[in-house]
Design a protein around this ligand. Structure first.
Ligand code: MRU
Length: 351
């Protein structure tokens, strides 16, 4: 997508370095962060400089490719195996991370010798990035068919282009609808505790001149009940074979509210987010992040300084599950690059 008239992907590789848009600084500052080795890229995933399942997957593929480039000929496999462990321990829920590590590992194992492995690892990581972009574009084209002129769409968290290499999943249909001159309006849940909705989704949509309102997370039911939401689309971090969907904490309650109010609830995700080894939502590992993310909030003050401030009493503890699971029964369909399918028919996408 364009930022100040220039096309960017969220993350890309040049030589041995991985560059990414520094997301915790948005919407206040647009800064590119450069990770010079695989450990720095892994740390950027862990600290959410880059986040969103698709973008995490692309970054993880690049990180492993970096490790393959770094690995000395003596001890080549051991170095890569250690790097694999480092990268895979960063974000446990995002299926695309494991999908990308698996693909790059297989490319390395198929290579005859370190030099060939280095070339194949980088090629595979680039293919993962290109496929991520192509999937987002196709999800946008297909999902556009669900959006009527004048629709008011609600979304949760950020499943836009910042959550992928480009285009996004939940927001891609909105971008295609807007390009088709449909009038669309987006309700943007702020998405506590890290505010991906208020910070990132609002920034993306306003950059595309798409009308929106940021709402506090607990206002969603109010607008649904008033008949002011026509459609809800969210992304996903991991999808189980039975159609249960893990997504940002708070998604489950929105799905229940949408069901109660007769609002179609869609999930948009590339098939790389489906975990074919995970039979149901209870098997999906849910990341629990630091309680600090709940107890403190970061924003820009009137002087233009980014400040982190405490919003709860000293010495209280917090719990901070990063994701929840929405049972398949609440999901009308899943929009993938291979088609729009009901959760119960997910297996038809397996090839
Ligand atoms: O913790 P994050 O920001 O990496 O989580 C991202 C989400 O949960 C988004 O809601 C998104 O739908 C899934 S990533 C495409």
């Amino acid at each position: 997508m364009l930022v100040n008239g220039k096309h960017y992907r969220t993350v890309w590789m040049e030589g041995k370095s991985v560059h990414m848009i520094n997301q915790p600084l948005l919407p206040h500052q647009f800064v590119i962060y450069t990770a010079g080795d695989h450990r720095q890229t892994a740390e950027a995933i862990r600290t959410m400089i880059i986040r969103g399942a698709g973008a995490i997957g692309v970054a993880a593929g690049y990180a492993l490719a970096q490790a393959v480039l770094e690995a000395p000929d003596a001890g080549f496999e051991g170095y890569i195996s250690d790097a694999f462990k480092t990268i895979s321990s960063t974000r446990p829920t995002a299926q695309n991370l494991f999908y990308a590590l698996d693909r790059v590992s297989k490319a390395v194992k198929a290579a005859a010798g370190p030099d060939k492995a280095r070339q194949l690892a980088v090629n595979e990581a680039e293919s993962i990035a290109d496929e991520d972009v192509a999937s987002g574009k196709r999800i946008g084209e297909l999902g556009n068919s669900l959006i009527k002129d004048g629709y008011r769409i609600m979304t949760h968290c950020n499943a836009g282009w910042l959550a992928f290499a480009d285009w996004g999943s939940a927001l891609a249909p909105v971008y295609f609808a807007a390009r088709d001159n449909k009038k669309v309006f987006v309700w943007v849940d702020e998405t506590r505790p890290r505010l991906q909705g208020a910070n990132l989704t609002a920034w993306e949509l306003s950059s595309e001149n798409i009308p929106l309102a940021v709402i506090s997370d607990n206002a969603a039911g109010y607008y649904m009940r008033r008949g002011e939401v026509d459609l809800m689309i969210v992304g996903s971090d991991r999808i189980a074979v039975n159609g249960d969907v893990a997504n940002k904490i708070g998604t489950y309650e929105k799905a229940v509210l949408a069901h109660e109010n007769g609002i179609p609830f869609y999930v948009a995700a590339p098939t790389s987010t489906i975990d074919w080894n995970c039979q149901s939502g209870v098997d999906i590992p849910i990341e629990e992040r630091s309680g600090e993310e709940v107890l403190f909030i970061t924003g820009m003050d009137n002087d233009g300084t980014l400040r982190k401030v405490r919003i709860a009493p000293d010495c209280v503890k917090a719990r901070n599950p990063a994701f929840d699971v929405t049972p398949a029964e609440y999901i009308k369909a899943i929009i993938t690059e291979k088609g729009i399918v009901e959760p119960k028919n997910l297996c038809s996408l397996r090839n």
